[in-house]
Each structure stands twice: as C-alpha cells, then as structure tokens.
Design a protein around this ligand. Structure first.
Ligand code: NDP
Length: 456
C-alpha cells in the first residue's frame, strides 16, 4: 500500500465532485479524486444528458408528424433504437474523456476505484491508501426498487439507457421526474405507455394547475394514466411479457416495467461510520449550512446529502465548498430559494419560485395570472398540444413569487425568468418589459388580468 497525502480528496467523480476538485485545484490545493465508474456521474452517464438525447429522439418523431401540417411529405418513417442508443454511447464516451482531460489539466490526481473510509483522514481506494486534510463525499445516488414480489423483474432508469431492444409496451411506476420524462420518451419512440402512480396527481411539488394540466396532456397524448393505484407485484409471463398487479385488482401485461419511485444515496461500501460521518435513516449524509458533516473536516455535496437532487445544485454546492476551503476569501452560501427546475416531458414543464400553494402556505396574499393557449407552431401542425403559463404574485408588494409553465420551450424560457425572480422583479417590472413577438415567452410579460377570484 502506497500512501499519498492531499489537501483535498474527493470521493465521487460526478457533477459535484468534479466541480469541487477542479475549483480547489485552481485555488492551488493538492487534490485527488476517486471514481469507481465512469467520470461524470449520474448526470452524464445515466441521467440528464442521455435522457435529453432520448427526449430529442422522441421529439423528432413528433416533428416528422408535425411537418405534414406544414406541407412536408416525409414518406415511410421508421425508428431504429440501436442507432440512437449507440450514438448516445459514443457521445457519453466523448464526455467521459472531456471530464478526464479537464481534471488532469487542472492537476487533479485521478484514482480509479471504489473508495472506503479507513478513518477520519484516510481513504482506501482499491490497493491504495490516501490521506487528506479535508475530504469531500460526492458519491451521488441510485434508483430504489419497491419491496414487492417480483422486484427482480423491474428495471430502473439506469437500465433504460442500455436496453438491448425497445419493448412494444411499458408500465412505468412513479409519477415523479423520471416517470413523467420516460413516459414522454417511450411514447415518442412508439412504445405503448401505462403510467401507474400512487397519488391522485403526478409531479408532487409542482403547482397544482400545472400538475392537473400535465395529467390531462399525458392522457390526451396517449399515456394510459392510472392514478391512486399501487403496484403490488410483477410476474413474468414469458420471455417477452410481464404482468403488473395492482391494489386496484387489475393486471397490466407489458414488455417492460420501469420503477421510478425515487433515489437513494450511494453510501454502500463507503463506511462513513469509520470516519464518524453521520447519516440519516435513508442513508443521506447529514450536513450543516456549509456542507460540513459531523466530522468537521469532511464535507458532502450533491445527491448523497442534498434533498434537492438536481445537477446544478450539486455543481453549486461543490463549487461553494471548494471556494470556502481554498479561495482564501469569504465564500457565498448556497441559497436554496428560487431554484428553477424542469421536467423534460411532452410538453416540457418548468418552474421558478413558489407554487401558488407554497405562497399561500407562507402567508402571502396571492394573486395569480395565467394563460392557456395553443402555441403558434401547433396551430397548423395538427399536434393537439397546449401551453399553460402562470404567475404567482404577492398582492401587497406586486413581487412575482413564482413563474410556472408547461409548454413548448418551457425550460429555455424559464432560465431567464429565474434571474428576474432572483432579482425580486415585480409584476409591474414584467408589465413594463416589452415582449418578443411572436413567442410563447411574451405571454409572461403580457398577462394583464388576474385570474378570477380563487379559493384560498
Ligand atoms: P421523484 O421523487 O421525482 O418521484 C418519485 C415518484 O414515485 C413520485 O411520484 C412518488 O410519489 C412516487 N413514489 C414514491 N414512493 C413510492 C412507492 N413506494 N410506490 C409507488 N410510488 C412511489 O423521483 P424520481 O425517481 O422520478 O427521480 C429522482 C430524482 O432525480 C428527482 O426527484 C429529481 O430530483 C432528479 N431528477 C431530475 C430531473 C430533472 O431535473 N429534469 C430528471 C430526473 C430526475 P409522491 O411523491 O407523490 O409520493
């Protein structure tokens, strides 16, 4: 065993870990990083990036259909799953290489292997033992499976990215980000989709109007949406088909069952106890507002510690910790208010700030403005897809508290409005802003009449 000592040792080469390592090295620290798998973590390998590429693939199918309304005759259409999957793999391999080059150029020493705490300052990575003054845990998370008979037949989002072939039908269980996104992707690629959700509406945490709208859109686009229903078991019927049993007494036969019921932190084999790092019942590492764990020189960022499992949050947390430890300047604290988010569904959904329900719960006297319309693009495309845009405004100060959209380009539009909300923009500021015409985005600055009196 050879020992090497670092100022900063990062466990996990995903979004949070890579950002922290690069920034710390840039500040002059001697940095090492351990990663057991491919660099880039969930986002690059099994999450945001491949998912968005798949969503683009699904979009192309719809565009080809839309094009007919615009006069294009496109002939016979066929989709080849292996072409998409392999092109995605090549792009991910390219990104893995970029991450490696980036880290090496920054002077970060890469250790390929699974890391395990030996004690509060030592980490074993494979055959090597490293020591460090400060350590960052950024090991991310993994999909969790329900505890039901037949769980061995389920696949998770990890598996969806490398399927040998597309099934002709899929049952997706879970109405969160992954469930709704894969419903859209699979449907767009020609797979028959059933979405089973145990609640009465998908996308908990989003504005109720948006949630209602999304349920309607999913159903009208052809997703069989089954609400208030629990999956109770899965049985293999034959090589190509499975049966999903539910507490509603109905059985659903399909080619694949995707469990998308949330994720758990990656602490298996890490042995946080050996370093006196405390975790909660679900395995999340407990951190304070500076991301320090119960062992003061050990920090944790991203999905392993954060309630908000979003790549940009992990990036910001990693950056913040590296600045705080090595920049020599007072660092800014993370601000978890007003974090914009998006679900790359069909249509896509995006939000910044408070939902109407959250605003009311915080005691605001709320006024809302909303607009529902068919986007210009779909007036003649023939696609039956609508847009919903909504503003949540504090009646007293006119401050815009929340901005919500389900519709074409929602995530691209929301990023800019998130800046306005962060700056404390009021409805009057929105009203004074000249729209860009003709766009959907201009609706956010042209909504003049508050929604009719609503129930508090
Ligand atoms: P989510 O927490 O988003 O959704 C989980 C879904 O499963 C919810 O609808 C939840 O219902 C339901 N659920 C929870 N437990 C059970 C159970 N025992 N049986 C049946 N259903 C259950 O998790 P995902 O797995 O979809 O995604 C994990 C995280 O990854 C997300 O929370 C998000 O932070 C991140 N992510 C972000 C994306 C993006 O930014 N675009 C894309 C994909 C993932 P309910 O909540 O109503 O109880």
């Amino acid at each position: 065993m050879s020992d090497e000592h670092f100022d900063f040792f990062v466990i996990g080469g995903g979004s949070g870990g890579v950002r922290a390592a690069r920034i710390a090295a840039g500040h002059g620290a001697k940095v090492g990083l351990a990663e057991a798998n491919r660099l880039g973590g969930t986002c690059v390998n099994l999450g945001c990036i491949p998912k968005k590429l798949f969503a683009y693939a699904a979009d192309y199918g719809l565009h080809l259909q839309d094009a007919r309304g615009y006069g294009w005759r496109t002939g016979h259409r066929a989709f080849d799953w292996k072409t998409l999957r392999d092109a995605k793999d090549r792009e991910i391999a390219r990104l893995n290489g970029i991450y490696e080059t980036m880290l090496k150029n920054a002077g970060v020493a890469l250790h390929n292997g699974h890391a395990r705490f030996v004690d509060t300052h030592s980490v074993a990575v494979g055959e090597q033992n490293v020591t460090a003054d400060t350590i960052l845990v950024a090991t991310g998370g993994h999909p969790r499976l329900p505890d039901i008979p037949g769980r061995e037949h389920l696949v998770t989002s990890d598996d969806m990215f490398c399927l040998a072939e597309l099934p002709d039908s899929i049952v997706i269980v879970g109405g969160g980000y992954i469930g709704v996104e894969f419903a859209r992707i699979m449907l767009g690629l020609g797979v028959r989709v059933t979405l089973i959700h145990h609640g009465d509406m998908v996308l908990r945490g989003f504005d109720m109007d948006i949630r209602r709208f999304v349920c309607k859109e999913l159903a009208s686009h052809g997703v069989e949406l089954i609400l208030n229903t629990e999956m109770t078991g899965v049985r293999r019927v034959d090589e190509r088909s499975l049966t999903v049993e539910t507490d509603a007494g109905r059985a659903h036969t399909c080619g694949l069952v995707l469990a998308a019921i949330g994720r758990r932190p990656n602490i298996n084999g890490l042995d946080p106890d050996a370093a006196n790092v405390e975790t909660n019942a679900e395995g999340h590492i407990l951190v304070d507002e500076n991301h320090a764990t119960s062992a003061r020189h050990i920090y944790a960022v991203g999905d392993v510690s954060s309630a908000l499992q979003l790549t940009p949050v992990a990036l910001a947390e990693g950056h913040m910790v590296a600045d705080m430890l090595f920049s020599g300047k007072p660092s800014r604290q993370m601000d978890y208010d007003c974090i914009p988010t998006a679900v790359f569904s069909n249509p896509p959904i995006s939000a910044a700030g408070l939902t109407e329900e959250q605003a009311r719960a915080r005691g605001y006297d709320v006024e809302t403005y909303s607009s529902r319309f068919t986007p210009l693009k779909h007036t003649i495309s023939g696609r039956d897809e609508r847009t919903l845009m909504k503003l949540v405004v504090d009646r007293k100060t006119h401050r815009v508290l929340g901005c919500h959209m389900a519709g074409l380009d929602a995530p691209e539009i929301m990023q800019g409005f998130a800046v306005a909300l962060r700056l404390g923009a009021t409805k009057d500021d929105f009203d004074r802003t000249i729209g860009i015409h003709p766009t959907s985005a201009e609706e956010f600055v042209t909504m003049r009449t508050p929604d009719a009196k609503r129930k508090p």
